[in-house]
Design a protein around this ligand. Structure first.
Ligand SMILES: [Zn+2]
Length: 290
C-alpha cells in the first residue's frame, strides 16, 4: 500500500491503542499503550538518536520487547494478541516536604480557612522530572509510529480508533492533537444522551491527575474536571489549570469524516497525561461498545 491513511477518513487495521490500567488497591490509575507487532517490526531499527536530540535529551531506549523511552520509563508488560503492551506510569509530582509552608507559616490555616498551598502546614515540593520523561517518551513514540505506519496495514481485526499526536519538549510547550475516527464520533454521539459515557471520562481524568498529586490533591479540585459531549459528538474536556482544554474541531464535516482533536493551555506534564487518560477512557468505551 502506498496511499497515506487518515484515521478521520479511512478504516485502518489497528496500529496502536490506549487503555486505562487501574490498580484499585492503590486508587491510582496508569495508562497502557498497545502497539501492534507489525508496527513494532516496521519501526524496528529506526534510530531515535536524531529525534531525541531535538528533544534536548539523548538517552532514549527504542528497542521494542523491553522497557523503552527516556530513562526506559515506559514499562514493557509483554505481548498479548499480537500487541506489545506498555505501561505509561503516572509519577508522583507533588510531594509533602518537611519544610514549613511559607504561606501559612506552617499552621495549615490561611485567614481562618485551610491553606491551599500545603499539607497541614508542610510545604509541597513539585518535581516534574519523572513526569516529563514519561510525556516526552510517549510523544516521541507516538510521533514515530504515526509517521512510519501511515501506509502500513497491520493484520489486526480491530480498526484504529484515533491518531494521537502529542508534542512535548523538555522545558517547552505541550500539546495534544490528532484525529478521531468515525467510530469514535458515533460512540460520542450515542453517549451524549447517556450520562455514563462522559462521566467515566471525567472520572478517569481525575484518577490520573490525583495519582500524580497523591499526597497533595485537594477535594475542591474535583469541580475542575469537566467533560461535555454535544449531540453532534463534539467533545470538550477540561482539567485543573489555566484554561486547559482538549476538544474536537471540524464538526462541519460530520457524516463523511471523523473529527480533529486539539488542545489549549497544557502547561504541565500532569495535565498532558490527564488528557491522554481521557483518550484512553474513550478507547476503552468504544472497544467495549463494539
Ligand atoms: Zn500552608
Amino acid at each position: 500500500m502506498s496511499d497515506i491513511k487518515m484515521v478521520m477518513r479511512d478504516k485502518i487495521p489497528c496500529w496502536y491503542e490506549l487503555s486505562l490500567y487501574s490498580d484499585k488497591k492503590e486508587k491510582a490509575a496508569d495508562i497502557l499503550i498497545r502497539i501492534h507487532s507489525d508496527v513494532a517490526n516496521c519501526v524496528k531499527g529506526i534510530s531515535f538518536k536524531k529525534v531525541s536530540k531535538h528533544m534536548k535529551r539523548e538517552n532514549f531506549e527504542g528497542e521494542f520487547g523491553r522497557n523503552i523511552g527516556f530513562n526506559k520509563t515506559l514499562k514493557y508488560l509483554g505481548e498479548k494478541d499480537n500487541f506489545l503492551e506498555y505501561l505509561v506510569p503516572i509519577p508522583i509530582t507533588d510531594k509533602v516536604s518537611e519544610k514549613k509552608c511559607a504561606d501559612c507559616d506552617g499552621t495549615g490555616n490561611f485567614n481562618g480557612n485551610e491553606c491551599l498551598f500545603c499539607k497541614e502546614g508542610k510545604a509541597i515540593c513539585v518535581d516534574y522530572r519523572d513526569a516529563d520523561a514519561v510525556c516526552a517518551s510517549l510523544s516521541l513514540l507516538l510521533s514515530t509510529i504515526n509517521n512510519f505506519s501511515s501506509t502500513l496495514e497491520t493484520s489486526a481485526r480491530n480498526f484504529q480508533l484515533m491518531c494521537v499526536r502529542t508534542r512535548f519538549v523538555f522545558g517547552g510547550e505541550l500539546y495534544i492533537g490528532g484525529e478521531l475516527s468515525r467510530e469514535v464520533v458515533d460512540y460520542l454521539i450515542r453517549s451524549a444522551i447517556v450520562r455514563p459515557g462522559w462521566y467515566d471520562i471525567a472520572v478517569s481524568m481525575q484518577m490520573v491527575f490525583q495519582a500524580a498529586q497523591r499526597e497533595f490533591y485537594k477535594d475542591f479540585q474535583d469541580r475542575y474536571f469537566k467533560v461535555s459531549i454535544k449531540r453532534d459528538g463534539s467533545l470538550f474536556a477540561e482539567c485543573p489549570g489555566d484554561g486547559s482544554f482538549l476538544y474536537t474541531q471540524n464538526q462541519l464535516l460530520r457524516g463523511c469524516y471523523g473529527y480533529e482533536l486539539s488542545s489549549h493551555g497544557i502547561d504541565t506534564p500532569v495535565q498532558h497525561l490527564t488528557f491522554v487518560a481521557a483518550l484512553a477512557a474513550i478507547h476503552d468505551h468504544v472497544r467495549a461498545d463494539q
